[in-house]
Design a protein around this ligand. Structure first.
Ligand code: SF4
Ligand code: SF4
Length: 319
C-alpha cells in the first residue's frame, strides 16, 4: 500500500486535509535520505485509505479505466464524485468514498486492489515536492522547470507507522519506486492549466461552456476523441496527419494533445493553429458585428435628435 497525501504541487489539487504542522521543516534534495516503509505488516495498514479526497488527474482516469477494463463514463459514474479543483472554478472528479465507512472503493483488508494503477495522489506520501514557480502560475512559458527550482519535504501523519520501519532510501529512489516521476511527467501540463487558472483567483469566471469542455476533455478521452473526429473540430484546427494518426490510436498521445487544446482554448496559448479560412471567416464576422453596431448607433442617434425636433448636422456616413 502506498499513500495518499500530497506533494507541494499536489496540495494545490489533491486536497486531503493535511495539517500543515505535519510538514517537517526541512528542505530535501533528490539525494537526501529518508527512513520509511509501507507494507502489509504495518499496524496502520490501509489506515490512510479512508476519509480522504483523492482528486483524479486525466492520466489517473486513463490508467484506472484500463485497469478495470471499463469505459471512462462508467468509471466516472461508478467510482467518482464531481468536485471543483481546489482554488479554481474548474470542475474535476475525486474518488467516491464508500457510504458508511467513508473508505476508498478500491481498498480491502489485504490492501489496494488497483495498486499498480493507483492514482497519483496515492503515490506521493510521505515525500512532498515544492516548486519555486508555483506561486507565479507555474505554466507561464511552458518551459520545464529545472531540478534546482524544486525541493522536497517530508509529510508525517501521526497515525502513520511507516516512519518506524527500518528502511532507508534517497528521495530519488523513493520516487522511482512509487512511479512518481512518470506521473509527474504525465500530469505536468494539466497541473499547469489548473494552477494557471488558480492564479486568476476570482477575477473572471470560466463560461459554462468552457467548464463543460474542460471537464469532458479532462475526464473522458473517449468522448474527446469523438469530439475531434466527429464534429467540426478538424474544420477549425489545422492538425498534421502524423498527429492525427497518433491521437486516433493512442490514448496517451490523445491526452497530451488534449492539454494543448485546453491551453489554446482556455488561455489562448499557441501550439494549435487555426485554419486560415476560419480566421478570415472570424475576421469578417467581427467586422460585420462592428459595422452593424455602428449602424445601429447612428440610427439611435438620429432617432433621438428627431424626437427632440433638432436638426441633424453631422455627416455620419457609414464606411
Ligand atoms: S486507490 Fe489504493 S492506495 Fe489509493 S486510497 Fe484507494 S486503496 Fe488506497
Ligand atoms: S504506513 Fe503510513 S502510508 Fe502506509 S498504510 Fe500506514 S498510514 Fe498509510
Amino acid at each position: 500500500m502506498s499513500e495518499k497525501e500530497m506533494s507541494g504541487k499536489e496540495k494545490v489539487l489533491f486536497s486531503k486535509a493535511t495539517n500543515p504542522s505535519n510538514i517537517l521543516p526541512k528542505k530535501l534534495t533528490l539525494e537526501s535520505k529518508i527512513k520509511f516503509r509501507c507494507h502489509p505488516g504495518v499496524r496502520c495498514f490501509t489506515a490512510c485509505c479512508g476519509g480522504i479526497k483523492i482528486i483524479l488527474t486525466p492520466y489517473d482516469i486513463l490508467t484506472l479505466k484500463k485497469r478495470l477494463d471499463i469505459p471512462a463514463h462508467e468509471l466516472l459514474q461508478q467510482y467518482t464524485t464531481p468536485v471543483y479543483l481546489e482554488g479554481t472554478d474548474m470542475p474535476g472528479v475525486a474518488l467516491k468514498l464508500t457510504e458508511g465507512d467513508n473508505r476508498c472503493p478500491f481498498v480491502t483488508p489485504e490492501g489496494c486492489t488497483v495498486y499498480t494503477d493507483r492514482p497519483s495522489a496515492c503515490r506521493y506520501y510521505p515525500v512532498g515536492m515544492a516548486d519555486f514557480h508555483e506561486g507565479q502560475g507555474a505554466m507561464g512559458g511552458g518551459a520545464d522547470h529545472k531540478d534546482e527550482e524544486k525541493f522536497f519535504f517530508i509529510v508525517k501523519e501521526d497515525h502513520c507507522k511507516g516512519f518506524e520501519e527500518d528502511k532507508e532510501w534517497t528521495v530519488a529512489e523513493w520516487r522511482a519506486d512509487q512511479g512518481v516521476d512518470v506521473r509527474d511527467e504525465m500530469n505536468k501540463e494539466w497541473l499547469r492549466l489548473v494552477m494557471r487558472r488558480k492564479s486568476f483567483g476570482h477575477q473572471a469566471s470560466l463560461s459554462e461552456q468552457a467548464k463543460r469542455m474542460f471537464f469532458m476533455t479532462s475526464t473522458d478521452l473517449d468522448h474527446f476523441r469523438r469530439f475531434i473526429f466527429e464534429s467540426s473540430f478538424l474544420d477549425t484546427y489545422q492538425i498534421d496527419d502524423e498527429t492525427l494518426e497518433k491521437i486516433k490510436n493512442d490514448d496517451v498521445e490523445l491526452m497530451l494533445f488534449s492539454f494543448k487544446y485546453l491551453a489554446a482554448s482556455l488561455f489562448g496559448a499557441e501550439g494549435l493553429p487555426i485554419r486560415e479560412d476560419k480566421i478570415q471567416e472570424k475576421v469578417k464576422e467581427i467586422k460585420k458585428r462592428q459595422d452593424d453596431s455602428v449602424t445601429q448607433s447612428i440610427e439611435d442617434y438620429k432617432k433621438i435628435k428627431a424626437d427632440r425636433g433638432e436638426k441633424i448636422d453631422m455627416d455620419l456616413d457609414m464606411k
